[in-house]
Design a protein around this ligand. Sequence first.
Ligand SMILES: C[S@@+](CC[C@H](N)C(=O)[O-])C[C@H]1O[C@@H](n2cnc3c(N)ncnc32)[C@H](O)[C@@H]1O
Length: 268
Amino acid sequence: MQFTGFRDDERNGWNARADVYDVATAQATLQSIPMLLHMARLYHGARVLDMGCGPGYLAATAAALGAEVTGIDFAEAMVAQARARFPGLDVRQGDAEALDMGDASVDIVASNIVLFHLADPARAIAEAARVLRPGGRFAFSQWVGPESSDLYREVAAVLAEHADVSRLSPAPDAYALSTPAAARAAMKEAGFEQIETKAVRNVLRAPVGDFFAFFMKFGVRVPRIVEAQEPAVQDRIRDAINARVEPWRSASGFEIPMPSLIIAGAKP
Ligand SMILES: C[S@@+](CC[C@H](N)C(=O)[O-])C[C@H]1O[C@@H](n2cnc3c(N)ncnc32)[C@H](O)[C@@H]1O
């Protein structure tokens, strides 16, 4: 299946969120970067591709540590954000599923919370393998699914009760690579070896106020489901999500665990 509607919604969704990424999505994604770069075995002088770089934080971190970095993202507003935020960083518009780079041209491919958003994540893993030199490493991160994530358990329960997903074009399984076994199998399929996985205890920090309004800026997958529902259903989803996150309210807002899984492997 091509998932073309899903792919268009993802691109439009990230373009629309580029300006608020810092105060929304970055509040959780950036916590995976230190472990991801550690498992990528980043070294001074390494040629690094940040695949799905968003506003460029992983790319800029790797560059600050002495790597020669290229960042690519398919959302032009994200590319503009990264260029504005980190002048001098090499950031280009590009597709993780069809990289515009030569075979064996980089030492490390790193991708932070991107395969979760792809129409064909296996294609991106194969592309990472293609552009890596022999011995090069690919490291990526994935949100853990509802069975082990407080945030996604609560959201999934609300959507299962209230949302009709037949109202929107089909999407690939968000959690297809969210367990160590599934991620290992996909990496193996693309030819990677020495595969390692590690959990990171990300915590989503949302400001005081309407959690649902914040969450609609945080991601793209859930909003596309919500926005496809009748207004009255959208109201019910908002009220149910806001009620379910109450246990994680603190004086400064909400702090909700949403762990990630980091997967890394080497090209033979
Ligand atoms: C959750 S954000 C992660 C951004 C960044 N890696 C970070 O660490 O915060 C997902 C990013 O993947 C990008 N993306 C989604 N599909 C893509 C594709 N097919 N090719 C390139 N980038 C893609 C989106 O535009 C968005 O910037």
